[in-house]
Ligand binder design. Structure first.
Ligand code: 4AD
Ligand code: MG
Length: 445
């Protein structure tokens, strides 16, 4: 049995076909009914014509309600009417699961806010169905990108005793039995530290898994549980890191343009006007490179008043990133060489002693989509920075070992997967690009 996507891609005209799916709408004419059925394999529904000669026509078909599950057997034929190329003339329609008049997804437009109250049913809408197909394709393309380049996928732990970002945003892991691990543990905020260990053995590795942050940010770009793609490369500096990050972003967007055309056209028409042009531009445009110093100069010279004042040393806020990316340059940006004081302990200290070999990539509409750096590979420098950050070196003895034995320059970055899906789909809120979002005060199922 083929799904609707398969039937529409290569229609076996005048042959018998079988489909299963959910009823979107039913329209009745004098002696027959039209059923619009969607099976989630693609955006398009398939139209089924059911004549009153079917035994269950009056008893069942004419009562079928939006949302019910159906199985249809019939002949696929060229459609005489406008609106679809093919349709199915039903020989048999079987009601598999009924839906009542209280089915929440009656045919009309529903707001994203309403749909978030029914996360378990919203994948049956056009928009969320399309987002999830695009998300799945982007995940596949991510693995393809790294596997083609000889990266080894590593599964870093979800429960960890090392805080990577040092921002105090870890969810604690506790049980009723007290000190389960013999020391405090939490849900990982990043697989990076463990990925470093594997990069310094396997050369090029990547992780792609869930990460957790207990930051109290109720915004359209923060989740408490999100997925991150984190490559880590030995014998690599910041230049190589930036080049890999740009190549990955362009590859993923180009892949979606090629393989998710119908879904992206829906987003372009109804979700973000100009989306396709924006995506094509990302693939073709050069990214603009600014140092942090240059970015601050541009912000100080900006003809706008920011609510968060600008001076050297600030951690750029969303309003600053958006001004640079969407107004000043109207292009994706890479900002490098941030002040050491606003970045985590593991980033490599530059010769100027005040900045680190960090890079953030910003894209229009999102702001920061990637954060990465060259890592501090010098034991003495790293120890000094960790002590200055108030860290206990004994807790990170394993991480320091990587600098004791065969240390080498290495670099990596993290791409926020939901921010990527948001960029590619144009969805306004990050909660609408993950199946079951978790955010402060929000974890419905
Ligand atoms: O910049 P971040 O915090 O970097 C790290 O975690 C590094 N350890 C990555 C590395 O070098 N291996 O996070 C990386 C990216 C951000 O650029 C952003 O896209 C995303 O993760 N991100 C979030 N996405 C959704 N919700 C949140 N709360 C996020 N916090 C970060
Ligand atoms: Mg960051």
């Amino acid at each position: 049995m083929r799904n609707i996507a398969g039937l529409l891609a290569n229609p076996p005209l005048d042959q018998s076909v079988e489909i299963t799916g959910w009823l979107r709408t039913r329209r009745d004419a004098a002696s027959f009914s039209f059923l619009e059925i969607n099976d989630g394999s693609c955006l398009a529904n398939i139209q089924v014509i059911v004549g009153d000669d079917l035994a269950n026509y009056h008893s069942e078909i004419k009562k079928l309600a939006t949302g019910c599950a159906l199985r249809v057997v019939g002949t696929l034929r060229a459609s005489p009417a406008k609106g679809q190329a093919v349709e199915i003339a039903a020989a048999q329609v079987e009601l598999i699961g009924a839906a009542g008049a209280d089915y929440p997804l009656q045919k009309k437009r529903h707001s994203p806010e309403f749909l978030r109250t029914i996360c378990h049913l919203r994948p049956r809408t056009n928009a969320i169905g399309a987002v999830m197909r695009v998300r799945s394709r982007l995940a596949f393309a991510t693995h393809q990108f790294f596997q083609e380049r000889g990266f080894v996928q590593t599964h870093t732990p979800i429960i960890t005793t090392s805080d990577c970002e040092g921002a105090g945003e870890m969810f604690e892991v506790v049980t009723g039995q007290g000190d389960f691990f013999g020391k405090p543990a939490g849900l990982t905020v990043s697989g990076q530290l463990q990925a470093e260990a594997y990069a310094l053995a396997l050369g090029k590795v990547y992780t792609f898994g869930p990460t957790f942050r207990a930051e109290n940010s109720n915004t359209s770009r923060h989740l408490a549980e999100f997925w991150m793609i984190e490559p880590e490369m030995a014998f690599c500096d910041l230049q190589g890191d930036m080049a890999m990050a740009v190549a990955l972003l362009k590859y993923l967007v180009a892949d979606a343009l090629k393989n998710c055309a119908a879904d992206l056209e829906l987003f372009d028409a109804y979700v973000e006007k100009g989306l396709l042009a924006k995506l094509r531009a990302l693939v073709e445009q050069d990214f603009i490179h600014l140092t942090y110093d240059q970015a601050i100069e541009q912000l100080l010279a900006a003809p706008v008043k920011f609510s968060y004042p600008v001076h050297w040393g600030i951690d750029p806020q969303s309003e600053h990133e958006r001004y640079l990316c969407e107004e000043r340059y109207k292009a994706p940006l890479i900002i490098t060489d941030y002040p050491a004081a606003i970045k985590p302990f593991y980033m490599r200290l530059s010769d100027d002693g005040r900045t680190v070999a960090a890079m953030d990539i910003l894209v229009p509409g999102i702001g920061e989509i990637i954060g990465g750096s060259q890592r501090e590979e010098r034991l003495d420098v790293l120890e000094k920075r960790m002590l200055a950050a108030g860290m206990n070196l004994d807790d990170y003895a394993w991480y320091l070992d990587l600098r004791r034995y065969g240390s080498a320059p290495h670099a990596g970055f993290g791409l926020g997967f939901e921010r990527l899906v948001r960029f590619v789909s144009g969805m306004a809120n990050i909660r609408d690009v993950i199946a079951f979002p978790r955010a402060p005060g929000f974890a419905p199922c």
